[in-house]
Design a protein around this ligand. Structure first.
Ligand SMILES: Nc1ncnc2c1ncn2[C@@H]1O[C@H](COP(=O)(O)OP(=O)(O)O)[C@@H](O)[C@H]1O
Ligand SMILES: [Mg+2]
Length: 351
């Protein structure tokens, strides 16, 4: 190990914060690049460079002082990264980022490698929505192709009146329309792959969302082992096909024993926060290991566990529970829908 190396992270939110802490555990330095002076990662990083993501000069200066560049969110202009790649190693690859930052590209890619997604359609004009509604005769979930997260940028369209209400008079940004799937469960797989192609997969967790925002992740999921293995195999196919390096989160819908990939995230993922306390390794440590060429370690789960997101506020009974492992992200302001922290609650043996 050469502990004096430095990880650079684009983005300074909670994911960057937890990555920086995992990097420190392994003896690495972390530099953060983000526009917000109060960002959660600033509390725990060696250095924070403040700048916006379009400032090529500032980004290049940042890249000169790090060994490997990674990112905590998908919505980064890949044009800027193409320049940075001349200066520094970027992991996961720009290609993986490009595919996953646009819902149309993402789902088209998944289908191209024979992975099922929900039925989706490209929407370029408002008039496309009405035509599609007549054709499919089913409610449609409209999503912005880019920049959406936590359910933002999504509207449910059931009638032509809904189209008028949400889209009349404004030119929508590029959209996709998805058929609504009446899923039985939502699951996710956190997977990690290193440069040599070694892969470790965490056990699939079961997710509950409220208003498009993840509320809880529960392990174990009650689904049978065959389905768990299927989900892992699908995730493996994706990271292998992309020659991926780092952690990826793969979200699934399960309907009548059939798995559909909802989306992929080329980064550590909220539904993997349980790994901090329920597994022999955390997703954060595995990501740092993968991008810094350290061996991947066991992803085995040792405890039954529930991860609760603290959304919009911190005053939650869970925070004062004796068994709760509490993680507060240090955000200055709370607002509805904002992720302020999370709590991992391990289930005591025999309870
Ligand atoms: N086609 C769909 N059918 C039913 N529910 C959906 C569909 N797409 C999204 N959802 C619900 O909304 C949540 C957020 O949507 P998602 O596409 O994952 O966007 P985000 O990038 O905001 O997480 C999903 O986890 C799921 O609960
Ligand atoms: Mg999602």
């Amino acid at each position: 190990m050469n502990p004096n190396r430095t990880v650079g992270i684009l983005g300074g939110g909670q994911l960057a914060r937890m990555l920086a802490m995992a990097a420190a555990d392994l003896g690495f330095n972390t530099h953060i690049y983000c526009p917000d002076r109060d960002c959660p990662a600033a509390q725990v990083a060696n250095k924070v460079v403040f700048g916006n993501y379009a400032d090529d000069k500032n980004l290049a200066d940042f890249a000169k002082n790090i060994d490997v560049l990674t990112y905590e969110f998908e919505n980064i202009e890949t044009k800027a990264l193409d320049e940075l790649e001349k200066i520094v190693v970027i992991r996961p690859s720009i290609k993986s980022l490009k595919i996953s930052q646009d819902r149309f590209t993402e789902k088209s890619y998944l289908n191209s490698i024979d992975i099922k997604t929900t039925q989706f359609y490209k929407i370029d004009e408002v008039s496309d929505i009405g035509k599609l509604l007549i054709k499919v005769k089913k409610p449609l979930l409209l999503k912005t192709r880019r920049l959406g997260y936590d359910g933002k940028g999504q509207v449910l369209i059931k009638t032509s009146n809904d189209i008028k209400k949400h889209f009349q008079g404004n030119k929508p940004s590029s959209l996709i329309a998805e058929e609504v799937i009446n899923f039985d469960r939502e699951l996710s797989v956190i997977i990690v792959r290193d440069q040599e192609g070694n892969i470790k997969t965490f056990e699939p967790g079961e997710n509950v969302h409220e208003n498009g925002i993840l509320k809880t992740t529960t392990l174990p999921s009650l689904i049978d082992n065959k389905l768990k293995n299927n989900a892992k195999q699908i995730a493996k196919k994706i990271v292998d096909n992309l020659n991926y390096i780092g952690v990826m989160g793969v979200e699934f819908f399960l309907k009548e024993h059939e798995l559909f990939v909802n989306e992929i995230a080329p980064r550590v993922h909220n539904s993997g926060h349980w790994t901090m306390d329920g597994s022999y390794s955390s997703q954060f440590q595995q990501h740092i290991r993968a991008i810094m060429d350290l061996p991947l370690i066991s992803t085995e789960r040792h405890s039954d566990i529930v991860m609760y997101n603290l959304i919009g506020k911190l005053t939650n009974d869970l925070v004062s529970s004796e068994l709760a492992k509490v993680y507060i992200y240090g955000k200055k302001d709370s607002r509805p829908g904002r992720k302020m922290g999370h709590v991992n609650l391990i289930k005591k043996k025999g309870s």
